[in-house]
Design a binder for this molecule. Structure first.
Ligand SMILES: [Zn+2]
Length: 150
């Protein structure tokens, strides 16, 4: 499932990317851009009821808080949050991450991370960011569990 989120859904975008879902987001859309992205097969998620009525498969997101929005998606789309897909996508730009070889991450990632996580450092081929299983990731997993998503 590939999503397109309206400018009100920045936080939800991050959490969908965390859980591996292809989620296109911009804080502003030019005229005609949503049309184009929906035509490319993306499912529009929007807080705007009127906008959701324009597109056949769009989902109107009723809830205001991220936790409730995730539950709402689970219910409306039978969305599953499979842990094997988590942290496979760049949180900033939505690109699928690649495993980083040592020649790529040495010098770009703190030394202690290189030692601890040398086999599980990944990078974004689009924006160049590096990712590894650190505290931030643990906190996100805890958050998902607290919210009852998994
Ligand atoms: Zn990126």
């Amino acid at each position: 499932m590939r999503f397109l989120l309206d400018s009100m859904l920045g936080r939800l975008t991050t959490w969908l990317r965390v859980t591996g879902y292809d989620s296109y987001y911009q804080s502003r859309y030019k005229s005609g851009e949503i049309d184009r992205l929906v035509n490319e097969g993306r499912c529009l998620l929007t807080r705007n009821k009127e906008l959701s009525s324009i597109y056949r498969d769009a989902i109107w997101i009723f809830n205001e808080h991220t936790k409730d929005q995730l539950h709402e998606l689970k219910e409306k789309l039978q969305l599953e949050f499979d842990p094997s897909a988590w942290f496979t996508r760049c949180l900033r730009c939505n690109t699928v991450l690649k495993k980083a070889p040592p020649e790529k991450f040495i010098g770009n990632v703190p030394d202690y991370i290189c030692h601890q996580h040398s086999t599980c450092i990944s990078y974004c081929p689009s924006c160049g960011r590096f990712f590894w299983p650190g505290t931030h990731r643990k906190n996100m997993i805890t958050q998902l569990k607290t919210w009852g998503i998994v």
